[in-house]
Design a protein around this ligand. Sequence first.
Ligand code: ZN
Ligand code: ZN
Length: 325
Amino acid sequence: MDKPSHISVILDLSPSQWHLSSLPENPHPLSLRSFLSQLLAFLNLHIASKHENTLAVFGAFPSKSVMLYSSTDPEADNTENVNPNMYHPFQVVDSRVVTRIEEELESLDQSEEEAPIGLVGALTKALCYINRIIHPSASQSSGTTSEDPTTLPDPRILVLSVSPDLSTSYIPIMNSIFSAQKLKVVIDVCKVYGPDTVFLEQAAHLTGGSYIYLDRRDALLQHLIMSHMPSPALRKLMTVPTQDKIDFRAACFCHKNIVDIGFVCSVCLSIFCAPVPVCSTCRTKFPIKTLQRLNASRPPGLKPANGALKTAPSTPHTRGPSTPR
Ligand SMILES: [Zn+2]
Ligand SMILES: [Zn+2]
């Protein structure tokens, strides 16, 4: 219970989505500036609540991801203007995060601003970082230091998302979820703006985290503190809000579309939107009888127009968690 806690925060910093979020037509407009001031209060609260708590902040910018701050990075301590009226670690986090975000956003070209954000990159960087801090002896060359599990932090990832799902990132996101499960990392998601994201809902559900859709965006800080502040160990005693419905749909491997009914390769569990004669992942060939049977059983709107069997694999797959490789 008394273990230190680590949070890797992933910020979705898509300029176009943040612009839409700040428009006055929204019921509760939220600008990036106001978001950051509430986020920094949350980060300060995390580092103040226990001396050993650690923090890393990753930014998902259009088509790239950057580590903005890490409390184990010695460079982070070199701030020139020390404010004597402010707790030093707060000042370091605040100035580093804000300066790095400004630098990255200013370096973006007009043409790059619309590109999808590098969420997968940020997620994998966060997982690698956590892997390093929870296995300190593996990263040291001697490899003899014994790991004391009581001093190692309890890790989790918090994703603050404003962008919609990118269906091409289904497979890498699912693979990140499996890595997180192996590392026992909880993924919390706070959907700050935009429609629910299917993949992040699944990430939170499969890792035991909480997914919050922010209805009252003027209460961001309150939501962050109530839902994402308690560490996974504390959540056994304190109930945090979780989602009541989860969209388990998967994206097909062939077109990266999110499908209601998919067809799963019985050998490698790849998902296809239509029955295919040969699995594109593992090259397994399926019997023509199976293809005919599966095509005959498909809902009328989905059957191939000319009746030709172009496509097909084995088990129909409906709204269940999947295991891509
Ligand atoms: Zn497809
Ligand atoms: Zn296969």
